[in-house]
Design a protein around this ligand. Structure first.
Ligand SMILES: [Cu+2]
Length: 157
């Protein structure tokens, strides 16, 4: 798991690599908390599930910023069509691109790693404890292992 110290270090390293201006680019005046989702070749801990977002489910407050961190190479984060709240902006990061998103619209957000989508590399972000788009999110169809992965994550909400 990511400790607070590791989090601070990784954010520092990230800022050093891409510059704080680039990080702040998508969210000019983020006032809320900051979170990280790591893109990994294998899960931390015992199960070693290949190709994961860590954490796979993240609960944040409205106004918080989430940074997708390209810890391992070959991953990206893209919001899944039909799996974000109405009025929210979709995103689509390039492979290996760290991306910071400021979440201002409450609801459930489903996101995927495009290269590993069919292998089940998917995640959920819940903003403001709002599950009002759950039935819409649940209706979206997925290929391969993504189907079971999303089902398992949605069951935990
Ligand atoms: Cu991936």
């Amino acid at each position: 798991m990511l400790t607070r110290r590791n989090f601070t270090l990784s954010m520092g390293a990230l800022a050093g690599t891409v510059g704080t201006a680039a990080l702040a680019g998508l969210s000019p005046t983020p006032k809320g908390g900051h979170h990280s989702i790591l893109m990994l070749n294998a899960a931390c801990g015992g199960d070693k599930t290949p190709n994961v977002f860590e954490p796979s489910i993240l609960h944040v407050n409205v106004g918080d910023t989430v940074t997708f961190v390209a810890t391992d190479a070959g991953h990206n984060s893209t919001s899944k069509r039909g799996m974000i709240p109405e009025g929210a902006a979709p995103w689509n990061a390039a492979i290996d691109e760290p991306l910071a998103i400021n979440f201002t619209v409450p609801g459930i957000y489903g996101h995927i790693c495009v290269p590993h989508y069919e292998w089940g590399m998917v995640g959920l972000i819940v903003v403001g404890n709002d599950l009002s788009n759950l039935s819409q999110v649940t209706k979206v169809r997925h290929p391969g292992a993504a189907r079971g992965s999303f089902r398992a994550l949605l069951k935990q909400l």
